[in-house]
Design a binder for this molecule. Structure first.
Ligand SMILES: [Zn+2]
Length: 271
């Protein structure tokens, strides 16, 4: 079995976890290497304490994810809310990609409500061809072959809805995925309940089992909706067994970067 380098590139330190945390755990269990890269420092992700203090706190949260799972988690020193698809940031990203040498990259689609998500997707697209060009960012050697790029799922429908090439069942790692999200205390228990006006009480301070159950009621429910929405992709991927999958994460192959066929898709997602 070829050992894969899997790079998930999100705008903020929790995007990769929410959209690909379960799949990442499956890669790790099968002996592959996974890196989560956050393009920004997450410093605006709080209503009470935005700024440097927040970036430091979020760095602690990604460290906790690494300690819990073995995911290599990195956060670039770019201010949250300020990511633009410009040359300087493109070259920063290019270096990260070339150093990690991913076989596949998973990232945001470049159409999204959040400018940081949109520009993260755009920056990955902007690296997709130049990654192999030796004269571009000449201080880091280019790979001979560009990686395949996949989009994480989203609910946006314009100019076209997300259409998956694969849907990965994550039932067996759902609780472990919730434990990853539990590391992002400032987000799942503080910022997002405030920003999204969650009704009811947040279980911060309660025991871990209660917290994970509460998280499953929110994020696990999203993964359950994905399994219903992408049922056809699940059946195509797993055959009839795909009908029994209750939670999934789905990915669509980007037209930029290396292309692959069905067999190649199963090599890149070997489960
Ligand atoms: Zn985000």
């Amino acid at each position: 079995m070829k050992k894969l380098n899997v790079m998930v590139i999100g705008a903020h330190p929790d995007d990769c976890d929410i959209k690909a945390g379960g799949t990442a755990l499956k890669y790790l269990a099968a002996g592959h290497r996974v890196m989560f890269l956050s393009m920004t420092d997450g410093s605006m992700g709080h209503h009470l304490t935005p700024g440097v203090e927040m970036a430091a706190r979020r760095f602690g949260e990604i460290r906790a994810v690494t300690e819990l799972t073995g995911i290599e988690y990195k956060m670039l020193n770019i201010p949250d809310g300020s990511l633009t698809a410009d040359l300087m940031y493109r070259e920063m990203l290019m270096r990260e990609i070339r150093v990690f040498k991913p076989d596949l990259i998973i990232t945001h689609r470049p159409n999204d409500y959040h400018p940081d998500h949109r520009n993260t997707g755009q920056l990955v697209m902007d690296c997709s061809y130049l990654i192999i060009v030796p004269g571009v960012v000449p201080d880091v050697p280019p790979p001979r072959q560009a990686p395949c790029i996949f989009y994480m799922s989203d609910n946006f429908t314009f100019p076209g809805p997300f259409a998956p090439h694969t849907a990965i069942g994550i039932d067996e790692v759902l609780e472990a995925k919730m434990a990853i999200l539990d590391c992002h205390v400032s987000q799942v228990y503080e910022w997002l309940p405030w920003a999204d006006n969650y009704p009811g009480k947040v279980p911060l301070g309660e025991d871990k089992k209660s917290r994970l159950e509460w998280l499953a009621g929110i994020y696990g429910a999203d993964d359950a909706r994905a399994a219903e929405l992408y049922r056809n992709a699940l059946v195509e991927w797993y055959g009839e067994k795909g009908r029994d999958v209750r939670h999934c994460e789905a990915f669509a192959l980007c037209e930029y970067g290396r292309q692959t066929d069905r067999e190649g898709l199963h090599e890149l997602f070997p489960f």
